[in-house]
Write a protein that binds this ligand. Structure first.
Ligand SMILES: [Zn+2]
Length: 148
């Protein structure tokens, strides 16, 4: 994956959320790609507008190349998290690990964000002493305090 992959928010380009399934992502991609496909534009669209749509079409295609593949999507998600941790994202609260909900079936901890979204922490990432996780819906993050 090239180093400029992170310069764009591929989820936003697809109008998708971090928690969308592959199927949901595919639906959104297919709807957009039809909307912006150069061959699908009507004759009365002004040239400048056509150019913008063609640009959008390329971005949508790039977004799907990354998010439509399990492996590159995982890599991108991971890189986003790393960037989020080095940047100063708004920290909404400090939450002790024991206050999070343990979801046995998914082997992860969850915590409700005040936006109605959810923080999700896979168990194999719950080893560090203190770290930030980002809400899957909004841009807030919480600091997890792990005393053990
Ligand atoms: Zn949130």
């Amino acid at each position: 994956m090239s180093s400029n992959t992170l310069q764009k928010d591929w989820y936003e380009i697809l109008g998708a959320g971090l928690s969308d399934s592959q199927q949901e992502l595919r639906h959104k991609y297919q709807r957009l790609i039809l909307l912006y496909h150069p061959d699908k534009q009507s004759a009365d669209v002004p040239a400048g507008e056509l150019e913008e749509r063609a640009q959008r079409f390329i971005e949508i295609d790039q977004a799907w190349k990354i998010l439509g593949n399990e492996e590159t999507k995982r890599e991108y998600d991971l890189q986003r998290r790393e960037v989020a941790m080095t940047q100063k994202w708004p920290v909404d609260a400090q939450v002790p690990l024991e206050d999070m909900n343990w979801i046995e079936a998914d082997q992860c901890y969850t915590y409700s964000c005040r936006c109605g979204g959810e923080y999700i922490l896979p168990v194999d990432e719950a080893e560090e002493n203190m770290f930030l996780i980002c809400c899957h819906t909004c841009s807030l993050s919480i600091e997890i305090l792990n005393k053990s």
